[in-house]
Design a protein around this ligand. Structure first.
Ligand SMILES: [Fe+2]
Ligand SMILES: [Fe+2]
Length: 193
């Protein structure tokens, strides 16, 4: 008699799978929140920068945009489509996607602007204000609405990690779990929300 793969629907294996999915969901949300904290800190750092120091301003804007684009791609291509099916209020995802579109418009403008442009700082500042609003709703309504959602979170986590690492390597931003996360963890307590 050949051995068949057992996948009991009840019992300890089921509970173990369920626990693993819960852990994967928490990992996904923790990583996205870490991105939020890091980006919000970048906007606060920008406020304090001497705007006459164009090189420093441009460097911070460029890095922040690169991080935002990775985060947005992860949400738009993987996270939002996956949770749309399990989130009770799917209108929240539509709103989030529209808000992302406004970020991309401002990011595209920044990419074509020279840092000496008089609207360069204003555009980045407005982007930061929009993002702060978006993050508050995303964490308060979308993430909070997933606490009981059942789905294959492990697959989603693996897909998101793979894409994140690929994009960060392409952008030369280093390991997602490495230096950046460590350096920003000290600032998490000052995150305003
Ligand atoms: Fe987000
Ligand atoms: Fe988002």
């Amino acid at each position: 008699m050949p051995t068949t793969r057992t996948e009991p629907s009840t019992g300890s294996a089921h509970r173990t799978a369920s626990r693993a999915d819960t852990a994967a969901r928490n990992e996904i949300i923790d990583q996205l929140k870490e991105d939020h904290r890091r980006v919000k800190k970048a906007f606060r750092d920008f406020e304090k920068l001497d705007k006459q120091d164009e090189a420093s301003c441009e460097a911070l804007v460029r890095t922040t945009i690169a991080e935002l684009e990775i985060h947005a791609e992860l949400e738009e291509n993987l996270f939002y489509p996956a949770i749309r099916t399990v989130l009770a209020e799917d209108g929240l995802i539509d709103e989030a996607e529209v808000e992302h579109m406004t970020f991309h418009v401002l990011i595209d403008q920044l990419k074509t602007m020279d840092c000496s442009d008089e609207r360069y700082c204003a555009t980045f500042t407005v982007l930061g204000e929009y993002i702060k609003h978006h993050v508050k709703e995303e964490e308060g309504e979308i993430f909070a609405g997933l606490s009981r959602a059942r789905m294959n979170w492990r697959n989603l986590r693996d897909d998101m990690q793979q894409l994140r690492q690929q994009r960060m390597a392409e952008q030369g931003l280093g390991d997602a779990d490495g230096a950046q996360a460590t350096s920003s963890s000290s600032s998490s307590s000052e995150a305003a929300h």
